[in-house]
Write a protein of this length. Structure first.
Length: 338
């Protein structure tokens, strides 16, 4: 390398940054062992701001544009460097680029449930998660509070801090608002807006602007959600007695489809008849069969056999009648002469 090539490499003619990453917030332009010349070009693209830092102190800040560096547009550096007679010689300074575009789809969530008082459940343990978006609004404050002299500062370097801030604020919201769980689930937009206003000062303290904040879900522990589902089912059922009768009636066609009908469903012929009588009782209010009154059976007294009935046949029509009958119930023919 010749003398002039070496000399040229030690001076900076153009300062610019072409962002090639999706998550870089701050980028330090490489100036180590190099000096910035008078009249050098500074290129700041849209969604960027560039800041000169001299001996750890933030100096001049430039928005989007193309600049020729001179004392007129570098008042802070002129004061720090005591350029009383103008900027005539190369100088050393760090240059930081700040990415001011909006960073979206940043996620947050409660790692552990937040215990709150609830008017419906007494005590509830709530979980929540959602997304937010932010951007750098005050580069000097962001540099002072967070990025400092780091060569490249990424979203991941601040994401945990912001997530913890969100969790703290939403825990306070749950604890102080005293709203029942069902109110949170039904009014996510309203609670998201309240959280956004609550968080903006926290983000501003870092030089950040909170562009949007959304609570996507508020949930209870699985076992409580199961109990809530059971409660909703019972409310939908309403009259449990009517529901039981309906379920019984619905079961009849399904049982009849089985091989052998009701008896073939594992009931047996006698049990099938008893089932039919039981269903009739459920549907008709203690009725035998389907709509027929159930006649109470008189128990046989203990120690006595069932009496045997003697029947006689009518000689005229052949119908059987009890021997005590004087006339045939079929044709009226006299059965006895007495």
């Amino acid at each position: 390398m010749g003398f002039w090539d070496k000399l040229k490499g030690e001076f900076i003619d153009v300062i610019e940054w072409v962002d090639d990453s999706p998550d870089t917030l701050v980028y330090r332009f490489p100036t180590q062992n190099r000096e910035i010349q008078m009249g050098s070009s500074l290129i700041v693209r849209e969604t960027q701001q560039a800041m000169f830092v001299y001996q750890g102190q933030s100096a001049d800040l430039f928005g989007p544009g193309h600049y020729k560096l001179q004392t007129d547009n570098m008042p802070v550096m002129t004061t720090l460097r005591h350029w009383t007679h103008g900027f005539n010689t190369p100088f050393k300074s760090e240059v930081y680029y700040f990415n001011t575009r909006q960073f979206t789809d940043l996620r947050w969530g409660t790692p552990r449930p937040v215990t709150v008082r609830d008017s419906d459940f007494g005590v509830a343990r709530l979980r929540a998660f959602g997304i937010y978006s932010m951007r750098i609004e005050d580069p000097k404050r962001f540099f002072t509070e967070l990025s400092a002299t780091k060569e490249r500062f990424r979203v991941g370097d601040i994401e945990d801090q912001l997530r913890q801030t969100v969790i703290t604020r939403i825990s306070d919201l749950f604890g102080e608002a005293e709203h029942p769980f069902l109110d949170y689930a039904a009014n996510l937009n309203e609670f998201s807006a309240a959280m956004e206003e609550s968080l903006k000062p926290d983000f501003a303290a870092f030089g950040l602007g909170l562009e949007s904040f959304f609570i996507q879900n508020v949930s209870l522990p699985p076992e409580v959600e199961q109990a809530l589902d059971a409660r909703a089912r019972m409310a939908a059922i309403g009259d449990l007695d009517a529901y039981t009768k309906l379920q019984t009636a619905d079961a009849i066609p399904e049982a009849a489809k089985q091989e052998g009908g009701l008896a073939g469903a594992g009931l047996g012929a006698g049990i099938g008849i008893a089932m039919g009588q039981g269903i009739g009782a459920a549907l008709g209010g203690q009725q035998g069969g389907f709509g027929q009154p159930q006649q109470p059976q008189q128990p046989t007294p203990a120690g006595h056999d069932t009496p045997t009935k003697i029947m006689v046949r009518c000689m005229k029509c052949g119908k059987l009648s009890e021997e005590t009958a004087k006339f045939c119930s079929g044709c009226g023919n006299q059965l006895r002469g007495d």
